[in-house]
Design a protein around this ligand. Structure first.
Ligand code: BES
Ligand code: ZN
Ligand code: ZN
Length: 513
């Protein structure tokens, strides 16, 4: 897609459709909606004046109204996109609004559109302060690009409705320098393309995306983006004594892949941290010998969404070039039942030397991550973050709204939460303090891989991982509930969400001194 940021009056821009945002500026909870257009163009405001006064359009979040041949404007159509109440307006609504505009265009096979950068004289300073120009342009282009993706690659009658050209048109941009708005726009393109890259990986079925193929895709991305990439398999796992990772892999004829992607900053001080991004890459999770029920098992092709997030994040990092070293480690395997599978009751030795009693072979993600996290430390990582579709219990606790966030270090966790403020994703912190250590105690080995308890499953998994990060500052993201959108939303297609990419990228950038 061709993406442009232009500084001119959108009214004079000849395009099949121009989208303009509107908010409800009514104050008081019971007040009638009072829609206001976020445009400083007199011509655009005039063209929409009648319908804005009619009461037919209330500017609710995601509400739209399409006008054909709007009077006095060059655009052939004018699409009003509601962003909801002015008092709760933030860049998140702008991101979704950008998505809504694109989804509406795609539905009508309009492949060249413009979106007016939200501008207004009527909104109070307080409202406008919540919308800094660079973050608005970034969110707008992110929302638009995320909305452009559809997951119909395996439909033989698919029609390509992806946009050809998207122009973001800002008339005044008076509150921020144009250069800053451009910078936000450029960042938004990089981050959203990375997130879409992740989504495309997560969408792939298990028979297509095996661990080996995931390694090839990661290597191809790294070659394109100038990152160093090494992909190892069975032999290296044995050499490194990754007994936990290998245990999961051993029941599948598909060999495992240990993927190591390295980003070196051009100018990094020697005392800066080294960040380790570790991803769970189970390309299909049958549960193994502790096999899952048939119903819904097909979804387990997305059990590599954590790995996908890390590969996508590395793609963005390569382009954004933060001044900090970053190492991405992906542990990829297929979890299968077989005569060669690991079994409940087995005791395996992880790379760190800890022994693990296997209670349930379906708790495999924590096993591959145990070795991935320890390995990242041996590569010199001083700070760790991991992402994984780790537990059904996390979905029970937080639903599909928030992903789980765990950490052994408040400062590192707060840094991540600050990143989330910018990314607009949703994470909710859950505990993993030593009070819960009991859950993973084993009779026979150092620890066991499940709690056998009817509560606290997400924390149990986090406690297990904590055994392998020890004192290294660490953030664990359990994205089981948020990695797949089960419902169509007005701003994004159903399917893989690409959750965590934006937050991880922002967390990494926060270390760029
Ligand atoms: N991949 C699953 C977790 C999962 C569940 C992801 C639902 C997405 C949606 C993981 O490997 C798993 O099976 N975990 C078990 C752990 C249990 C055996 C302790 C679970 O959550 O049931
Ligand atoms: Zn499992
Ligand atoms: Zn799994």
């Amino acid at each position: 897609m061709n993406m442009k940021l232009l500084f001119q009056d959108a009214a004079g821009f000849a395009v099949p459709m121009l989208a303009v945002f509107a908010v409800d500026i009514a104050t008081g909870d019971d007040a009638e909606p009072l829609p206001a257009l976020l445009s400083t163009s007199d011509a655009v405001t005039n063209a929409a004046a009648k319908v804005m006064a009619s009461g037919e359009f209330k500017a609710g979040m995601g509400e739209t109204l399409l006008l054909h041949a709007p009077g006095g404007l060059k655009p052939e159509r004018l699409l009003l996109v509601g962003l909801g109440k002015a008092k709760s307006l933030s860049v998140d609504e702008v991101r979704k609004g950008g998505g809504v505009a694109v989804r509406i265009a795609k539905l009508r096979s309009l492949r060249t559109i413009a979106i007016a950068f939200p501008e207004d004289h009527a909104l109070s300073d307080e409202h406008l302060d919540a919308l800094p120009g660079p973050l608005v342009s970034r969110a707008l282009v992110e929302g638009a690009l995320l909305a452009d993706a559809d997951y119909d690659t395996y439909k033989s009658d698919r029609k390509d409705t992806s946009l050809l050209t998207l122009s973001v048109v800002a008339k005044e941009a008076e509150r921020s320098a144009r250069a800053e708005i451009q910078e936000g726009f450029d960042e938004g393109v990089i981050v959203a393309e990375a997130q879409n890259f992740t989504r495309a990986l997560v969408n792939e079925p298990g028979n297509v995306l095996t661990p080996t193929v995931l390694g090839q895709r990661a290597a191809a991305m790294c070659a394109e983006m100038g990152l160093k990439c090494e992909v190892y398999s069975t032999e290296k796992l044995h050499e490194l004594k990754m007994g936990a990772f290998w245990a999961v892999s051993q029941g599948s004829p598909e060999p495992p892949a240990l993927i190591v992607m390295t980003y070196e900053p051009v100018s990094g001080k020697s005392d800066t941290p080294v960040l380790g991004l570790v991803g769970k890459g189970i390309t299909f999770d049958t549960g193994g010998i502790s096999i899952k029920p048939a119903e819904g098992m097909e979804k387990m092709k997305y059990d590599m969404a954590g790995a996908g997030a890390m590969i996508g994040a590395m793609r963005a990092i390569a382009q954004l070039k933060p001044k900090v070293k970053v190492i991405g480690v992906v542990c990829s395997a297929e979890n299968m039942p077989d005569g060669k599978s690991f079994k409940p009751g087995d005791v395996v030795t992880a790379m760190s030397g800890k022994t693990i009693e296997i209670v349930n072979t379906d708790a495999e993600g924590r096993l591959v991550l145990a070795d991935g996290l320890h390995y990242a430390k041996t590569l010199g990582c001083t700070h760790l973050i991991n992402a994984a579709t780790l537990t059904g219990a996390c979905v029970v606790a937080l639903g599909m709204v928030n992903a789980g966030l765990f950490s052994n270090d408040d400062a590192t966790c707060e840094r991540f939460q600050a990143a989330v403020e910018i990314s607009g994703e949703k994470f909710w912190r859950l505990p993993c303090t030593d009070d819960y250590r009991e859950l993973i105690k084993s009779q026979i080995a150092d620890i066991r891989n499940t709690g056998g308890s009817r509560w606290g499953g997400a924390t149990t998994a986090a406690m297990f991982l904590k055994e392998f990060v020890c004192d290294t500052p660490w953030v664990h993201l359990d994205i089981a509930g948020c990695a797949w959108n089960d419902e169509v939303k007005p701003w994004i297609a159903k399917g893989p969400s690409g959750i965590a990419v934006r937050s991880i990228v922002e967390w990494v950038r926060s270390y760029s001194a």
